[in-house]
Design a protein. Structure first.
Length: 387
């Protein structure tokens, strides 16, 4: 029988392979349990075990025929000897085998007599553990039975390889997502700083001019500053790109940030359904709402109402104000103003439909209707029922 090298260096590499497969101390698994039961049934033995040989213990991933035992000491363990073999290791009567006499399972009350184990060998030659069958009576094993045990051991390794591949794929995706989040966060941070810088420059330029030019520069400064504030809030509340945020909470926080821009005695009210949205959708909604609120303030509104509700699989957001209202023939698609240009850009990003008209308060009303996935719609319905 050919033996495998188990020098200190080789054992260190083998233990690294055990860690790489990340199977130790994992919960029971139906696939492995069925293989153990099948081995016991096909070879006619009362016990079958799928073992992993750790540094100082032999841990049982699955077992058939024994209860309440999850691991035993490695030395002197039969599975620890089995992984030293190139092929199956068979003890037809362990009571007369010198290598097994000191084993407590052989010498003790358990009375192990028959052992047949096949190493679970990785593609690069490391023995993780064994698939073994055990009996308390001496017995022979036929070549056909040995071949069955080898085939089942190969199935165990196939399962372990699939599990390792899934873990590595998951970890690779997590690393990729994390790298993208870091990059996106850095880009967003730089964009926010750039927006704030542009806003400051516009304010400085406005102070150097008078009349219409100063007013336009101040308007640009306010709009860009508000967008930077909206980005800052989203970055702080949703640091991960994968996170969803509550639209109602976001609009309430955003309205508090926009409130100082209102005339003295002004008011912004929010009445919105609770809907979980991805950060990539919250950002353009925040910009869109910011532009409409600033537009209302610029035109003399003192009260602005934000109301949102689900209609089928669409979210409908209305921005009403008590200002002078829209001019006859007004169409934001034809407006050259910065605010309406940003409005149209954000609407296209959201695939939203924008309509406009007269508010119940006598001022302007803008309505934004955007598609929401069915799961978000159900979430909104549940929240409304709870309240």
């Amino acid at each position: 029988m050919e033996h495998i090298d188990l020098s200190h260096h080789a054992e260190s590499a083998r233990l690294s392979a055990v860690r790489r497969y990340a199977v130790l101390d994992t919960p029971p698994d139906g696939a492995f349990d069925r293989i153990a039961m099948l081995a016991s049934r096909l070879l006619g033995t009362p016990i079958a075990i799928i073992s992993i040989v750790d540094e100082d213990r032999i841990w049982f991933k699955s077992q058939a025929g024994i209860e309440g035992v999850k691991e035993i000491a490695r030395d002197p363990g039969l599975c620890a000897s089995a992984i030293l073999q190139e092929g199956p290791w068979i003890l037809r009567d362990a009571s007369v085998e010198p290598v097994a006499l000191a084993n407590p399972l052989v010498a003790g009350e358990f009375g192990l007599r028959f052992y047949a184990g096949v190493p679970l060998r990785t593609h690069d030659g490391h023995g993780l553990g064994t698939l073994c069958v055990i009996d308390k009576e001496p017995r022979d094993i036929t070549p056909e039975q040995t071949a069955i045990l080898q085939d089942l051991a190969a199935v165990v390794m196939d399962e372990l390889e699939l599990r390792r591949d899934a873990i590595e794929t998951h970890e690779a995706l997590r690393r990729e997502m994390r790298e993208k989040e870091i990059l996106a966060g850095e880009v967003e941070h730089r964009v926010m700083n750039s927006l704030q810088l542009v806003s400051s420059v516009a304010r400085c330029k406005a102070a150097q001019h008078e009349g219409q030019t100063a007013a336009e520069l101040n308007d640009i400064a306010v709009r860009i500053g508000a967008i930077a504030q909206a980005n800052r809030h989203i970055q702080q509340s949703l640091p991960s790109l994968a996170q969803d945020g509550d639209l109602a909470l976001f609009l309430n926080v955003l309205s508090r940030e926009l409130f100082p821009l209102c005339p003295q005695g002004g008011l912004i009210e929010v009445d919105c359904a609770s809907i979980q949205l991805a950060r990539e959708r919250l950002v353009p909604i925040g910009h869109l709402v910011t532009e409409l609120v600033l537009n209302s303030v610029k035109n003399g509104a003192k009260r602005i109402d934000l109301s949102g509700e689900m209609v089928d699989n669409h979210f409908k957001l209305a921005i009403d104000d008590d200002g002078p209202g829209l001019q006859i023939g007004f169409d934001p698609r034809e407006s050259k103003g910065l605010g309406m240009v940003i409005l149209q850009a954000m609407a296209r990003k959201l695939e939203a439909e924008v309509t406009w008209g007269r508010s119940p308060r006598g001022g302007a009303r803008f309505t934004i209707e955007l598609p929401i996935n069915p799961e978000a719609a159900r979430e909104a319905t549940r929240e409304e029922h709870l309240h």
